[in-house]
Design a protein around this ligand. Structure first.
Ligand code: SF4
Length: 283
């Protein structure tokens, strides 16, 4: 049976836990609402909310309820306005780290900086940040994307999606500096939770024979942990549930690192740990 090692943080991050707590408090008071997008990227948790009548909507107009919850990813200001104009109340569960990214983007644009947002264009958090930048940010991830923007002699401001790797941010900063801007101002909007988890995953992956990342396959931060695990460990797997574990993954394996994404419930990670601990690893 393999030895399973968990890092100190392996489950919900601060922002997700906070959003779930906020939701719970309203439900305890008997006040029901819909969530704009999934409250967290975890199909099991979302299904539990659905059972209680909390529906996921993608457009505030589709809600039959008086209250709408904004999840930890946040939304652009025009969506906030839209909800208000519909006469509905907002339950704001936007993570404070995401709010910092919103405020930083707005400030840089207001101060006349040409704004680069390091992130993925379609990510809901980036759409929110871009909204606070009044649509004036350039969303970039690769050097060649920065090369296409004229930054020579300009004041350049940089923020990032909270879950970005430091390496992605450095790529963009280096590419921007190559163009000789008049000034480059970087505001660190990466979230400390993400950084700690990524570091812990990297260290764990280096010392075990196999790594298992537990979390929603559509979760950006879970996928990043998987990416890091794969870079440092030959056998790395991503699962949503213990049911996906395959005994053959653990043949001749002595140590397994297990961790979860920021939207993974602790019980899901612990169930994976217990299941692996019972697998026979001998041929
Ligand atoms: S990963 Fe960080 S920024 Fe995102 S919700 Fe969690 S604590 Fe907030």
């Amino acid at each position: 049976m393999p030895k399973v090692i968990l890092p100190d943080e392996f489950s919900f991050c601060f922002g997700v836990e906070r959003a779930l707590e906020i939701a719970k408090k309203y439900m305890e008071k008997g006040e029901y609402f819909d969530t704009l997008g999934e409250i967290i990227h975890n199909p099991h948790v979302v299904a539990k909310f659905e059972e209680k009548g909390i529906h996921v909507i993608n457009d505030p107009e589709k809600s039959q309820k008086n209250k709408i919850l904004i999840r930890s990813h946040g939304v652009p200001p025009d969506i906030v306005e839209k909800i208000k104009n519909l006469g509905k109340d907002i339950i704001d569960a936007t993570c404070p780290f995401v709010k910092h990214a919103h405020e930083s983007a707005r400030k840089l644009v207001d101060e006349g900086y040409c704004l680069l947002i390091v992130g993925k264009k379609q990510h809901p958090e980036v759409i929110g940040i871009q909204g606070y930048a009044r649509g004036k940010g350039h969303v970039v991830l690769k050097e060649e994307e920065v090369d296409k923007i004229n930054l020579k002699g300009k004041k350049v401001g940089i923020v990032s999606q909270t879950t970005m790797l430091l390496a992605n941010v450095k790529t963009v900063i280096d590419a921007a500096l190559k163009q000789n801007p008049k000034e480059l101002r970087y505001i660190n909007t990466r979230c400390s939770t993400t950084e700690r988890r990524q570091n812990a995953t990297r260290e764990l992956a280096k010392k075990v024979d196999a790594m298992v990342i537990v979390g929603g396959k559509h979760s950006s931060n879970t996928n990043r942990l998987f990416e890091i695990a794969r870079q440092h460990c030959k056998k790395a797997y991503l699962v949503e549930s213990y049911k996906e574990l395959k005994p053959e993954w653990f043949l001749d394996v002595e140590t397994v690192g297990v961790t979860g994404g920021a939207s993974t419930p602790p019980e899901d990670v612990l169930k994976v740990k217990e299941t692996i601990e019972k697998i026979n690893t001998r041929r």
